[in-house]
Structure formats: structure tokens, C-alpha cells
Write a protein that binds this ligand. Structure first.
Ligand code: ADP
Ligand code: G6P
Length: 483
């Protein structure tokens, strides 16, 4: 049996150099955190970008970098600063990301970004070609590498290629605005199996394939010459046990073993057992709706003034893509909103919003999940949203309420949460009110169902389902060709 190669822009860790020493920090984002669990259990090779540019890497450092990555079963694709600008900050995050999240007005159509995207996709494809042999399985991930499947297929027709998109695939009306729409579709169609988080994304993709390329689509099969390509949805799960086990450890910690954050949160709980913590965790990204959430919080405090001094919103925003102007503007907007709302509502003994702009170690993430009565996750558009699933997994006593946006892919599997439209402040404020007053028995009933589902459809099952489907697709194709 051949080997498996995972390829994505991000690796499980990102490298940083300080004072000549290399440090590896865990990558954030659903792709890296999810795939890390799959990768650590097997003997696959993971190829991607280390986070450093060629200009950062001196000849003396290079072997050390290779060793640091090898410890994580990874190998690097080298990118120059100019390539990172055009490919990562440019076409990936200033063209595709906004467009696929329905922020059409943010999407920039620049030929030089496109050219760099093509060039860098070829670099990733070349890295695969150096390592792959006939019979191997290649799993390509996400919007940064949409051209890679076809680039590999052209040179190595006898490898098996799967592609998974971790973000939404937009409706045809949005996708058609992209000048390079046919090229992107043809790139992805180099795969044998194409996976999405939800059936809607799958349907949008098939509609674009039919209308833009005129290919025959029957149910979820695409015919392209003598090839048969399968498209399907595989909602990504989490490493459920990792989160629930960590939560159990958290609850049993003696005070002296607790983190400062846990101690601080506990002290607040003890001082006022009626007080409620609302939790908001995301990368600082406009698609996550953090600014809208702040406006909705202000609306809630005005509509239900009885909760002043009783509720606290904890915002953890992880720095992300800070070279892109829209992210810089958003950071400023959020800083100002937090300042304004705290300025308007704070009292001597109460600050309504605690705002952290940083990445946190896993233990602190668990502290926040386990200490929060309500998780308030309301992206304007989100491929999946794993944070929602992680929150539920840590609620080992089954209490807690999840308020989730209908626009998150995870909403399809989390009907027992309070689903809201993040643009509707009235509905959001009422959902917060309902969550605060939800009887414990009802919380437990809802969370029991959610937990069972999440424990069953975990990330391992997701990866296995994808790989099994890819294998059976290869068998179908082989039978199709020999007919
Ligand atoms: P996205 O992939 O768009 O960032 P997801 O909610 O799907 O959104 O995934 C976010 C992932 O990043 C989760 O697995 C979460 O645990 C992790 N994460 C979120 N915030 C932090 C943080 N402050 N520090 C470390 N990891 C984080
Ligand atoms: C989303 C994307 C991933 C990406 C992650 C973090 O989850 O689907 O591909 O890795 O965000 O973003 P970054 O730009 O830091 O890789």
C-alpha cells in the first residue's frame, strides 16, 4: 500500500526565529488543529509552509529548520517574501477568502496576485512530485492550493488525489464574478474526490462546474473525459476525547495547580454565583462577526438592563493575517468598540467586557470553555466553526448554552443549540436572555444529544470517511476505465 501525503499551506506548527534560535508554535485555525489529530496517529508526511520566508532562512539555520519540522512529521515548501505577499496575503486572503465568505466588496482581482498564486501552487505541486510515487495517496487542503490537484495529476496520473475545502464554497452568482473562475475549478477537478463541510457548499460547487465548464454532473459525480470525479460532504469533527479529557483534568485541579486565569475566573464565580460569563473566541477575522457581536451586546444591555453588573463578555480574538488592511481596520474597530462599551457601562465594581487579543495555550482555552456559562459564536459566514464543537465537548457536567450563528457550517449538526441570525440584534438579545434563564435540566438535555453526536462524528471518523470514500472512488474509476 502506498503512503499518504498531506499538503496544506499551514503546517501543524509555525516556526519563529528569535536570537538565532528556532521555536515551533502550534498553528491556530480549524485546518491545522483538526488535521494535527489525524496526522499524529499515522505515518503520513505533511508538506506545507513553515511560516518563515527564504530571506529569514540562512544556510546555517536550514538544517535546524528541517529537524524542527521533521519532529512534527512535516517538510517545508520554501517561499520568498514576495511570494508570501502575492500568494498568501494576496490571492488567498485578499481575493478568495473574502469572495468565498460573501464579502464581495473586499475581494481584490489583481493579475499579479493571480500569477503569484499559480507560481506558488506549482511549488507545492513540485514538492509533492518529489515525494510521491505511483499508488500513493495525496490529500490536498483548502483554498490556498486549489490548482495543486490538476498540477499533480498532469505529471503523475497514477496517484490518488483528494481535495478538501475548509471554507464555504459560495453560490454560483458570487463565484462567477471571479476572473479566474474556470482555472480554479479545473485545478480542483484534478482530484478523484472533492470534499466540503456541508451539502450546500457541495451543491454550489456542482452548480458552478455545470454552468461554467458545461460538464455533465449526475447526482454527485462529474464526468470529465474518461475520468469520473466524486463530490461529497464530510462535516469535520473535533478530537472529542482530547477536549473532554482536558476538561475533566481541569475540574479536578487543586487550587495550587490552577492557572492564574482559572483562579481569577473562579474567584469571580465565588463572589457572585449569579453572574454569567459569555464567551466569544475566534481568529480576528471579519467573517467571524466580532464587531456585530459587540453591537449586539450593547443592544442586549440596553434591552435587558437588569443584567448590568451580572454578565460579562470574554472576548478572545486571535491575531490573524495582520498584513491585510481589512484585518487592521477590523482590529481598530474592535478596540474602539470595546473601549466605548466599557466606557459607557462600566461601574466601580464591573467591567462588562474582558478583551484578550492574543493566542492562548491549550490549557487556557480549556479554562475559558469550562468557566463560561454561554458560548456566543456568531460568524457572519464560516465554513464550519470548530470552536462551537470544542465548547460542547468540554462541558463534562453537561451544563452550558451554545448560541450559534445559522451561517456557520456547524449549525447543520448542532440544532440543539440556540441558532440565530447574527444580523438580527433583537433575536440575539432574546437568545442571550433565554440562555441566561434556561433551566439546567434543559441545558443538560440539549448538550447530551450534542455530545453524543460530536463524540461519534469526531475528527478521526471524518478523516476515515474521506479516505474510505477516496479509495472506493479509485476502485470505481478503475472499473470505469477498464469498461
Ligand atoms: P477557523 O478555522 O476559521 O479559525 P475554527 O473555529 O474552525 O475557525 O477553528 C479555530 C481553531 O483554532 C480551534 O480548533 C480552536 O481551538 C483554535 N483556537 C482558537 N482560539 C485559539 C487561541 N486563542 N489559541 C490557540 N488556539 C485557538
Ligand atoms: C481557516 C482556513 C485555514 C487557515 C486558518 C488560519 O481555518 O480554512 O486554511 O489555516 O483559517 O488562517 P491562517 O491564514 O493563519 O493560515
Amino acid at each position: 500500500m502506498g503512503k499518504t501525503i498531506i499538503i496544506s499551506n499551514r503546517l501543524p506548527v509555525q516556526l519563529q526565529i528569535s536570537n538565532g534560535a528556532i521555536t515551533a508554535i502550534p498553528s491556530v485555525g480549524g485546518l491545522a488543529t483538526g488535521m494535527k489529530s489525524v496526522h499524529s496517529g499515522g505515518d503520513s508526511l505533511w508538506i506545507g509552509w513553515s511560516g518563515l520566508t527564504e530571506e529569514d532562512i540562512s544556510p546555517e539555520l536550514e538544517p535546524k529548520i528541517d529537524v524542527a519540522l521533521a519532529e512534527h512529521g512535516s517538510s517545508k515548501v520554501k517561499l520568498t517574501e514576495e511570494e508570501v505577499d502575492g500568494f498568501y496575503y494576496g490571492f488567498s486572503n485578499r481575493t478568495i477568502w473574502p469572495l468565498f465568505h460573501y464579502f464581495l466588496e473586499y475581494s481584490e482581482f489583481q493579475l499579479d496576485y493571480w500569477n503569484t498564486y499559480k507560481k506558488v501552487n506549482q511549488k507545492f505541486a513540485d514538492a509533492i512530485l518529489e515525494n510521491a510515487e505511483d499508488g500513493d495517496t495525496i490529500w490536498v487542503h483548502d483554498y490556498q492550493l486549489m490548482l495543486v490537484p490538476q498540477m499533480v495529476r498532469k505529471e503523475r496520473p497514477n496517484v490518488s488525489i483528494g481535495f478538501f475545502l475548509h471554507i464555504p464554497f459560495p453560490s454560483f452568482e458570487i463565484f462567477r464574478t471571479l476572473p479566474w473562475r474556470e482555472e480554479l475549478l479545473k485545478g480542483v477537478l484534478g482530484s478523484d474526490l472533492i470534499g466540503f463541510h456541508t451539502y450546500d457548499y457541495e451543491r454550489h460547487f456542482l452548480s458552478s462546474v455545470r454552468r461554467l465548464l458545461g460538464l455533465e454532473v449526475s447526482f454527485n459525480d462529474i464526468s470529465m473525459g474518461d475520468r469520473l470525479i466524486k463530490v461529497d460532504s464530510f462535516p469535520m469533527g473535533i478530537d472529542y476525547n482530547k477536549f473532554s479529557d482536558a476538561a475533566k483534568i481541569h475540574y479536578n485541579k487543586a487550587e495550587s495547580e490552577q492557572s492564574e486565569l482559572q483562579q481569577r475566573l473562579n474567584t469571580h464565580k465565588k463572589t457572585d454565583p449569579e453572574a454569567k460569563f459569555f464567551l466569544s473566541i475566534d481568529r480576528l477575522d471579519y467573517s467571524k462577526g466580532i464587531a456585530k457581536r459587540l453591537y449586539a451586546f450593547e443592544y442586549f444591555l440596553n434591552k435587558y438592563p437588569q443584567y448590568k453588573e451580572k454578565v460579562r463578555l470574554i472576548i478572545l480574538a486571535v491575531p490573524s493575517r495582520s498584513n491585510v488592511p481589512q484585518y487592521q481596520l477590523l482590529k481598530r474597530e474592535i478596540d474602539e468598540l470595546v473601549g466605548r462599551i466599557n466606557g459607557e457601562f462600566s461601574t466601580v465594581s464591573w467591567t462588562p467586557i474582558w478583551y484578550f487579543y492574543r493566542s492562548m495555550p491549550f490549557e487556557n482555552l480549556i479554562d475559558l470553555y469550562t468557566s463560561s456559562d454561554i458560548a456566543w459564536l456568531t460568524p457572519l459566514r464560516d465554513g464550519m466553526n470548530l470552536v462551537a464543537k470544542e465548547y460542547i465537548a468540554t462541558r463534562t457536567d453537561k451544563t452550558g448554552v451554545l448560541i450559534l450563528s445559522e451561517m456557520a457550517g456547524s449549525a447543520n449538526e448542532m440544532n440543539e443549540s440556540l441558532l440565530i441570525n447574527p444580523n438580527n440584534f433583537e433575536q440575539t438579545a432574546d437568545a442571550l436572555h433565554e440562555a441566561i434563564n434556561m433551566p439546567v435540566e434543559e441545558q443538560k438535555a440539549r448538550n447530551s444529544i450534542l455530545q453524543k453526536r460530536l463524540a461519534r462524528y469526531n475528527v478521526e471518523k471524518w478523516a476515515n470517511d474521506f479516505m474510505t470514500s477516496l479509495k472506493s472512488q479509485n476502485e470505481r474509476e478503475a472499473a470505469n476505465v477498464s469498461r
